[in-house]
Design a protein around this ligand. Sequence first.
Ligand code: FES
Length: 107
Amino acid sequence: MAQIRFIQPDGSEAVVSIDNGTSVMLAAIRNGISGIDAECGGCLDCATCHVYVEEGASGLLAPPQPEELELLGSVAAPRKSNSRLSCQLKLPLSITSLTVHIPEAQS
Ligand code: FES
């Protein structure tokens, strides 16, 4: 198990538990975290599950695959170096906590 801390654009926070191997997007949807629309359900077809991964953590995560990198070009909020699509973001066993920031807009 790991814990994901979601930080909303207004600074409010929520922490949820996640099984390693479950995507950050599913953790958000299952726990009623607002701001992650995930319109395609994780099929890499919508770019509405955009998050910003905490600085310094990106190197601990599996890097984005070419399909994710391409779709990150379609996100509604500014794309940053730490932008990820949360449906593709799964925590390895070596990580027990992760903070992600939810962008201002998903579409
Ligand atoms: S949920 Fe659609 S790309 Fe992630």
